[in-house]
Design a protein around this ligand. Structure first.
Ligand code: PGA
Length: 343
C-alpha cells in the first residue's frame, strides 16, 4: 500500500468509526423519542423531530418534510426482460387493468415508476392510462453524455426528459458490477440528470457479499453515497430541494435475483437508519428528511410488508415482482396501507 492509499484507508476508517458512533447516537435518540412519543405521533422519527427542532431554533423557514410527507415510491425495473413490442404492449395492458382496479386513495399514496429499456420508454408512457400522473416512466440508465459530442449509441438525460421520462435509475448493481461502472461515472450521471428540469434520480447503492463479509458494508455504502452525491454537497449541500429529487435505493447485492437470500428486515432497518443519519450529518437534517430511501432486493408480495413498515423505508424497487401484476398490485396496496398507517 503506498502513502496515498494508506492515507485514504485511514480516512475511510476514521469516517466509519465516526459514522457508526453517530449512528448509535441516532438510534438511541430514535429509541428514546419513540418511547416518549404519544400514540398520535408514534410514527414520527427522531430525525424528523430533530430536523423540525433545528429549523425552528435557527429561524429557518424551510419546510421540513416529515416521513409522513415523503410519498411512497415503487420502482418496477423491467431490466431486459421484455424484448418485443408485443410483450411490452401486453404488460402495458395489464398495468392499465391493475391501475384501474385500485381505489383512488391507494393510487394517490404511491408513486409508481416503470423502468422499461430505452427503446420502449415512449411506447410505455403513451400507453399507460394515467390521469393523475401517479405512474411515471423512468429510464434504466443514461450515459454521461451531453448533446453534440462523440458518444455514438448513447442516450442523454435530455432525451429521456424529451420522451416524458421523469426519473433515471443510476448505479444499479448490474451496471456497477457486471458492466464495470465506477463511482465517478455514476456521480457524473447523477449530476447531469439533476441538471435537467423535471428529472429525478433513483440512485442505487449496495455492498457485495464479500464487502459485507469483510466488515465493510456501511463504509462501502457511505463511500458510494458520498461520491455519487458530491455535486449535491456544494454550498454545504443545504439545498434540500435537490435531495427531494433523489431516491436512494439500498440494494444489498447478495440479496438480488433468483436463489438469493433476502436481507432481513432487521438488517434493512439498521442500514436505512444509518443512511439517513449519514445524510443528516454530512448534508443537513432537512436533506435527510426530504430524501426517500427505498429497499430493493427480492421484494415480493409476501415480504413487502416487513420492509415497508420500517421507519426509514419509503418504498421499494422490484425486479421480478414488477412483471407480475398480482404481486405488483399487492405491493402497491401494502405501501398505500403503510402510508395511511403513518398518518
Ligand atoms: P429482484 O430485482 O426484485 O428481482 O430481486 C431487484 C433489482 O435488481 O432491481
Amino acid at each position: 500500500m503506498n502513502d496515498i492509499q494508506h492515507h485514504h484507508a485511514e480516512l475511510l476508517c476514521h469516517e466509519v468509526v465516526i459514522s457508526e458512533g453517530l449512528c448509535l447516537l441516532f438510534l438511541i435518540l430514535t429509541t428514546s423519542a419513540a418511547t416518549a412519543a404519544t400514540a398520535s405521533v408514534a410514527s414520527t422519527t427522531a430525525l424528523d423531530k430533530m430536523s423540525a427542532n433545528t429549523a425552528n431554533s435557527v429561524g429557518d423557514t424551510a419546510t421540513c418534510t416529515t416521513s409522513n410527507e415523503r410519498k411512497k415510491f415503487l420502482g418496477a425495473n423491467w431490466k431486459c426482460s421484455l424484448e418485443t413490442v408485443e410483450q411490452v404492449d401486453d404488460c402495458i395492458f395489464q398495468l392499465n387493468q391493475l391501475w384501474e382496479s385500485l381505489p383512488l386513495n391507494e393510487k394517490d399514496a404511491v408513486e409508481l415508476c416503470i423502468y422499461p429499456s430505452y427503446c420502449f420508454i415512449d411506447r410505455v408512457r403513451k400507453g399507460l392510462h394515467n390521469k393523475n400522473n401517479n405512474i411515471v416512466v423512468g429510464s434504466q440508465n443514461v450515459y454521461d453524455a451531453t448533446g453534440n459530442a462523440g458518444f455514438t449509441g448513447s442516450c442523454t438525460p435530455k432525451m429521456v426528459q424529451s420522451l416524458g421520462g421523469t426519473n433515471v435509475l443510476i448505479g444499479h448493481s448490474d451496471r456497477r458490477n457486471a458492466l464495470g461502472e465506477s463511482n465517478a461515472l455514476i456521480a457524473q450521471k447523477v449530476q447531469q440528470c439533476l441538471a435537467v428540469e423535471g428529472l429525478s434520480v433513483t440512485l442505487t447503492i449496495g455492498e457485495t457479499a464479500w464487502q459485507r463479509k469483510t466488515g465493510r458494508a456501511l463504509s462501502t455504502l457511505y463511500h458510494q453515497l458520498r461520491v455519487a452525491t458530491q455535486s449535491l454537497l456544494v454550498n454545504g449541500g443545504a439545498n434540500a430541494n435537490n435531495w427531494h429529487n433523489l431516491v436512494i435505493a439500498y440494494e444489498p447485492v447478495w440479496a438480488i435475483g433468483d436463489g438469493a437470500t433476502p436481507c432481513s428486515p432487521t438488517e434493512a432497518a439498521r442500514v436505512h437508519s444509518a443512511l439517513r443519519a449519514w445524510i443528516a450529518r454530512r448534508v443537513s437534517p432537512e436533506a435527510a428528511a426530504a430524501c426517500r430511501l427505498v429497499y430493493t432486493g427480492s421484494v415480493n408480495a409476501q415480504n413487502a410488508i416487513e420492509y415497508t413498515s420500517l421507519d426509514h423505508v419509503d418504498g421499494s424497487v422490484v425486479g421480478r415482482a414488477g412483471l407480475d401484476m398480482v404481486q405488483l398490485k399487492s405491493i402497491i396496496q401494502t405501501l398505500a396501507a403503510s402510508s395511511s398507517a403513518a398518518e
